[in-house]
Design a protein around this ligand. Structure first.
Ligand SMILES: [Zn+2]
Length: 110
């Protein structure tokens, strides 16, 4: 399943988070557009401690920044075995560690 991101009709670039005007050219013609959800791990960290009680039973949790192939970076939950920098992943909507809706990424090799 592909993701949808705000896409500027003036400069033809996507952005995230969503804004009413384009952060690249200040254009106002923004349309949600389906994008390819493939990308690469830029940074990743494995959280072993949390001040949030609802996370404690799910630790460790891996959180990563993914640079999508369209250039946009998103924050996702990732399987700990997939956290190598440069690892190719597919991003989708899914379920986070506590059951909330979130962006998740899986390695393309799985
Ligand atoms: Zn623009």
């Amino acid at each position: 399943m592909n993701l949808c991101l705000p896409h500027c009709q003036v400069c033809a670039r996507s952005h995230w988070p969503s804004r009413e005007i384009c952060p690249h050219c200040l254009g106002h013609e923004i349309q949600w557009t389906e994008i390819e959800s493939s990308g690469s791990v830029v940074t990743a960290t494995l959280l072993h401690h949390s001040l949030e009680p609802r996370f404690r039973e799910h630790l460790p949790v891996c959180v990563a920044t993914i640079q999508l192939d369209c250039g946009v970076c998103v924050l996702v939950y990732l399987e700990p075995g997939d956290l190598a920098i440069g690892n190719r992943v597919i991003v989708s909507t899914g379920t986070g560690p506590t059951g909330q809706e979130a962006l998740v990424a899986k390695s393309v090799t799985r």
